[in-house]
Design a binder for this molecule. Sequence first.
Ligand SMILES: C[S@@+](CC[C@H](N)C(=O)[O-])C[C@H]1O[C@@H](n2cnc3c(N)ncnc32)[C@H](O)[C@@H]1O
Length: 263
Amino acid sequence: MGRRWTWTRFIRGRFEHPCWSPPPRSRPLHPGWPLPRQQVAALPLRPPLSLWLRHPRRAALFVAVRPYTMLPYARLSHLYALADQCNRERIPGAFVQCGIYRGGSAAVLAATALNRPVQLFDSFQGCPSPGPDDVSMHGRHGEAGEAAASMADVQGLLRRLDMHRNPLVTIYPGWFHDTIPSAAKEMGPLALLHLDGDWFESTKVCMEHLYPLVVSGGIVYADDMGYWLGTKRAIAEYFVDRGMEMPAVQWVDHTGAWWRKGC
Ligand SMILES: C[S@@+](CC[C@H](N)C(=O)[O-])C[C@H]1O[C@@H](n2cnc3c(N)ncnc32)[C@H](O)[C@@H]1O
């Protein structure tokens, strides 16, 4: 008997990249792929009491940025931990985020960057027109203008957190294909690259111009690796097209994933 037909299986089958296999279900950090809608909604959004007791400033940061980000607590705290890992391991280079929205996760990167440059890219007009691959794990097609936010929101949040005067934080407003190729030419090495542009074309331009700048041992975090098929496909294609092996990704939850660039 064949497996039951579902929309998710149908879409996954159509867009699955040959080099990609879904993460194994036995992994403790990964609750299954794709996660049903009700379970996604049940992911914790706020820091637990234990964090307030151990690291109150960190917990307060997560609460302050919460209205300014699409990342739930689990992914925000993982991003924080990855940035902190770069500091502890003294991985040289800047932190870069592609896709800022209202600036919540960008503020988390800025708060952990110490003396590193933090470079942030967004159109502030939302996502561009989607392509055929820009379908969610639930089968929803993306729309132009999704996740639109204003640069004033980001600047307001940075001001509220007293980070607005940090000369190392730079915002590049504009479409990725206009801003990233020229900015990449001026950029030094990257310790952490946060890919959060959702669509296939958006992720592709980031991978092409920024991935080569990530230092060996540096970290790449993709927030929509599980959720948007376009993100996953752009990343997988980058490696396939260059005859490189797809790195083994670590899953944070049903969608956030990260890997370390090969040493
Ligand atoms: C999912 S949101 C980012 C979420 C954000 N990191 C947070 O903390 O909530 C995706 C963002 O990517 C931006 N974006 C997507 N494609 C883009 C492109 N090609 N050029 C510029 N910005 C883009 C959108 O404007 C949107 O703000």
